[in-house]
Structure formats: C-alpha cells, structure tokens
Ligand binder design. Sequence first.
Ligand code: T4K
Length: 391
Amino acid sequence: MAHPLTPFDTPIYVVRPRLPDLEGFVERLRTIWASGWLTNGGAQHIELELRLRQMLGVSSLSLFNNGTMALLTACRALSLRGEVITTPFTFPATPHVLTWLGAAPVFADIDRATLTIDPDRIEPLITPQTTGILAVHVYGTPCDVDRLEDVARRHGLKLVYDAAHAFGVRVGGRGIGTFGDASAFSFHATKVFHTAEGGALACSDPELAAHAALLRNFGIRSEEEVELPGLNGKLNELQAALGLSVLDDLADEWRARLRLSAVYRDALADLPGLALPGPATAEGGLLYYVIRVDGDRFGCSRDELQRRLRALNVVTRKYFYPLCSDYPCYRHLPSAAPSALPVAREAAGQVLCLPLHAGVTVEQAATIGLMIRSCAADGIAADGMAAVSIP
Ligand code: T4K
C-alpha cells in the first residue's frame, strides 16, 4: 500500500463514468449504421425504455436527453405554477426548472438524518398559491414518501420527485419511480447508470405519460397535428445504445461500490467528528460516499480536509454547497432566509463526497482512508498531541 502522505500519481476523481465493453458498444453502433436511424425513437431507444421499465419496476418510463429536461417536462405536464415547495439542499437543476416554468421555488428545511425535505416543514409554507411539492431523493436516500404523500393529498398538491440520484432504489420492494405523481431520473455520465447525457420520466398515470410524451417531441401528435407547445427532449440512438451497453455490466459497478463503501467504513468508523453513511446493503443508490465533517471534533474543517486531499490527488466534491437558497437568483426569497434553513445550512457546511466508482481499487480507498486519518491527527496535533504532517 502506498504511504498515505504520498500523493497518487494521477487524480482519483469523485466519480467516473462507467465505460462499457467497447466491442459490445461498437456492435450496437453497427446495427445503428445499418438501420440509418439515429434518433426519434429507434430500435435502441425502444429496447432501452423497455429494459429500464422492467428494471425500475415502473409502469411507464420515457427517455429524455437529460434529467433536467425530464424534470421540466414532469413539472410542466402537471401544471406546476404559482409556488412550489422544494429543498435548498440539491443541484441547481431542481429549483431552476420551477423558475423556467414561471413558478416560484419556496424552500423548506431538510431532515437531519436523510438530508431530504422535512415533511414537517412543508405545511407552514403552504399558501393559496402553492400547487406542488418538488422533493429530491438526495444521494439516493429516499424521501419520507408516505408522509409527503399524506401532506400532498390533504392539501390537493402535486408531488414530483427529482430522482436524479436514485437509480435502482426501492422502498418496501417498490421501485422509487412509482411514488408521487412523477419522478425524473438523470443518466448523466457521472451517475451509476448513464447514457453520457440522458434522463427519464416515470409515472403511473397513462394520461400523464401520454401528455409528457407529446411535450417531449414538440407537441407533435401526427404529421399534420401539433397539439401542444412541446420542446425537444429526445434521447438519440447512440446514447440509447451506450445505455444498453452500460446496463450489461452495471452489476459489476454496484459490486465495486459496495466493496469500496465497506473499505471506507472500516477505515473511518472510529474517527470522532466524522459521520458516515449507514452500511450499504443492496443494489441501487451508492452514487456517492458522503461523509460529514464536524470540524471542531474532527480536528480540521471540511474545506481544509478537501484541500489536503486535493493536494494528495484525491478529487472530492461538496455536493451540495452552496445551498440553492444562497444563489444570487434565490437569496432574496423570504423562504431563503438563513435562519429558516438551519439543518440544510449545517449539512452544506459538512458534506464531502469521496471517490466511489469501479475505477478506484480497494487499496486506493484504504489509502484515502489513511489520508483522512492523517488529516484528523494533524488537526489534533495543533492541540498539542502527536503529529502527522502533510506536505
Ligand atoms: N437533480 C439533481 C439532484 C442532480 O444532482 C442533477 C444532476 C440533476 C437534477 C440534473 O440532471 P442532468 O440534467 O445533469 O441529467 C455533475 C453532473 O453534471 C450533474 O448531472 C449532477 N447532477 C451533479 C451532481 O454532478 P458537476 O458540475 O459537478 O460535474 P463535473 O463536470 O464537475 O464532474 C464531476 C466529476 O466527475 C469531476 O470530478 C470529474 C468527473 N467526470 C465528469 C465528467 C463529465 C468524469 O470523470 N468524466 C466525465 O465525463 O455536475
């Protein structure tokens, strides 16, 4: 094992796209070449939609050219307008789709354990203008789907899930995409399953699915009928072929991530001031390995830890810092007041995503664990205890 204070020769990135067997992918490309069909719902698209529908356990699934477009289409198809209650602890895409629809995001604080929207914080924010709730399964951890369903039903609100992180996640045996009115997945290159860029919209209502399908293709009903002001949300055949190839060896990727999660846990579990994710047990999720650093107890701040790891060629990310409610376009909103979002604010100051993908070896993960331990020891040294110095 490399000495923990020797930088890796090349960067170890927080995420890396799964690159499938090239020969298998080229075989699929040959089929596309022979067909002369590059987009607008070709054979690869049809096959991928079918396989994902079965795999995710949803009755309807439509592919999109990215997760943002799938989310935008879901919110549009459900007529979200006025005010929509959402979380500040997410990627910019979540509140931005609301803004693009002319709806105002209203931020509710998050639950301390799951980092997803706190159902108890939603009701006080509901006004006559509220039309829906847009919740996010952060890092693949499911929202409290039962309580969100209850709040939405009692107040007649639409419930949309941003499931960008939640590919393959199940709750009580049910596919995560079966909850709420609609769910949007992201198949960006940095996700466990990907199509380089891509996404999908899942829902249970066939009428909603048909409406969304129209919105995805300019609102075109037939050659001579354009029914709605739709946009272009289509995934092309090359990307669908890539997705099919990635699906073929996805089990390997999940196995590798499970193994690495266990290595990190063994390496870090006893460190004070460090909160780790619960032990990973099943396929699904495992998008990031997110630790939370309590700087005072750990010995060095999250930001300092990130800087030191970067100097050792370990590239981590602070998903999600800053909070969306702190962006210049949202911080004027009443619900964005820092005092209203204490749990989200604390999480944004503590989270750090460690490298988690099949490109990381068990030995590298163990070394990253030792590097993190060294940072803690170094911090403690500042208080007069034994030191391990980092160049
Ligand atoms: N909702 C949520 C909750 C989301 O997290 C996202 C996207 C969306 C909605 C929207 O879905 P999409 O419209 O994107 O399908 C990345 C992804 O671009 C973004 O998809 C993802 N969430 C977000 C959490 O992460 P960045 O700006 O952090 O990506 P970037 O380019 O800095 O890459 C991150 C790391 O990945 C780098 O350290 C290097 C590595 N990388 C990246 C790419 C693109 C590679 O190794 N190879 C690559 O090809 O947003």
